[in-house]
Design a protein. Structure first.
Length: 153
């Protein structure tokens, strides 16, 4: 009745099935929970091209977010809302398109290390919060970034 380690009998079919089961499933960034996402891009009231916004999120492998105004308008789902009454992020990087940077929104990105703001208003609070600011129309920057990513791919 002694307990001794034994090698299981060789079974290539079982080992192959186990390897498949243990390999991580590919994760679609759009399906990652906002509070678990490492890289988030978000659309605010300055965005009108939501198809372009979603295309860019997919191309970057970023999880999409939104300001409350955008969710209130029904342009993007409530689950995407970033901020005090939405989701507080734990991301490393956050890119805000056309978001003013209201205090309730900024509370959602308090711990984010790298913030990029795209805004037509140089004096927007989001630009003050950002490490990198692009003072331009979001509708011009979205396709330009997509084109650049396409060219690099
Ligand atoms: C109790 C309470 C809780 C709240 N909780 C939240 C919350 O959780 N999350 C949240 O987001 N808000 C929240 N809000 C709302 C918040 O106060 C702001 O109203 C909201 O964040 C503004 O959203 P926005 O920046 O997208 O829109 P706006 O304030 O309308 O700003 C739009 C920005 O886009 C810029 N812009 C305009 N056109 C362009 C363009 N073509 N290209 C680039 N930029 C452009 C403008 O310069 C401006 O900075 C809360 C408010 C209250 C009272």
């Amino acid at each position: 009745h002694a307990a001794e380690p034994v090698d299981p009998p060789a079974d290539p079919a079982r080992d192959a099935a186990l390897a498949v089961r243990l390999s991580p499933l590919p994760v679609e960034a759009a399906n990652v929970r906002l509070d678990e996402a490492g890289f988030v891009i978000a659309a605010g009231n300055g965005v009108t091209d939501f198809a372009g916004f979603r295309d860019l999120a997919r191309a970057l492998g970023a999880t999409p977010g939104a300001s409350r105004v955008v969710c209130d308008a029904g342009a993007l789902p409530r689950a995407m809302q970033v901020g005090a009454s939405g989701t507080v992020l734990n991301a490393d990087c956050y890119v805000a398109f056309g978001i003013s940077g209201a205090p309730q929104h900024l509370q959602g990105i308090g711990t984010v290390e790298h913030v990029v703001a795209v805004n037509t208003d140089l004096h927007a609070a989001m630009i003050a919060r950002a490490d990198l600011a692009v003072v331009a129309d979001a509708q011009a920057v979205l396709p330009a970034l997509l084109a650049r990513l396409g060219a690099e791919a």
